[in-house]
Design a protein around this ligand. Structure first.
Ligand code: AMP
Length: 191
């Protein structure tokens, strides 16, 4: 089995692209944001724990997120591998992922980062907020807070993965099809 990390700021297009890539490469798509939202909607204990942080546009603590991710991996060992979206978001999560993949004998093929400028992304998220029903997509102040969290805790992962020679950046501006083609080109080279 293989694992690919789809990396990028909120609004970079990770979720949209994951829909195509998971079919093309027969991967289980795990979006930690989607799993948290599912739990929130269903009022589970995990959902209640995560809500406090999500409402404040902060990251959910690593201990909660890492356990949840490990459960999702455990439940989905039936495809050719995994496409992670929105995880890891901290160095501690990246280290936990590395240990988990090793334990499960899953080959980490690399990180593909979708790059785009903040102003373009904020506009995209506000647009998405009109239909996504996500409160955190509808308020520019909350969106900006998510970027602050990203810059402080998640951006260091670019250096982390570059240092391990497994960060691949892809231009995230263009049509959905153009970006899928760019991503597939990189993934085909990696796998
Ligand atoms: P997303 O859908 O990826 O934008 O995530 C929505 C919210 O879920 C984030 O603002 C965080 O509060 C939480 N979240 C999602 N993934 C993670 C993660 N890997 N670590 C911590 N919090 C997360």
């Amino acid at each position: 089995m293989i694992a690919i990390v789809l990396f990028g700021k909120p609004g970079a297009g990770k979720g949209t692209q994951a829909e195509f890539l998971k079919e093309k490469y027969n991967l289980t798509h795990i979006s930690t944001g989607d799993v948290f939202r599912y739990n929130l909607k269903n009022g589970t204990e995990l959902g209640k724990q995560a809500k406090v942080f999500m409402d404040r546009a902060e990251l959910v603590p690593d201990s909660i997120t890492i356990d949840m991710l490990a459960d999702e991996v455990e439940k989905n060992m039936d495809k050719a591998g995994f496409l992670f979206d929105g995880f890891p978001r901290t160095i501690q999560q990246a280290e936990a992922l590395e240990a988990l993949l090793k334990e499960k004998n899953i080959r980490f093929v690399g990180t593909v980062g979708l790059e785009a400028n903040d102003d373009v992304l904020v506009q995209r998220i506000l647009e998405r907020g009109k239909t996504s029903g996500r409160a955190d997509d509808q308020d520019e102040k909350i969106i900006r807070s998510r970027y602050e969290e990203y810059n402080e805790k998640t951006a260091p992962l670019i250096d982390y993965y570059t240092g391990k020679n497994c960060y691949n950046s892809v231009d995230g501006i263009g049509t959905v099809e153009e970006i899928t083609t760019r991503l597939s080109g990189v993934i085909d080279r990696l796998i």
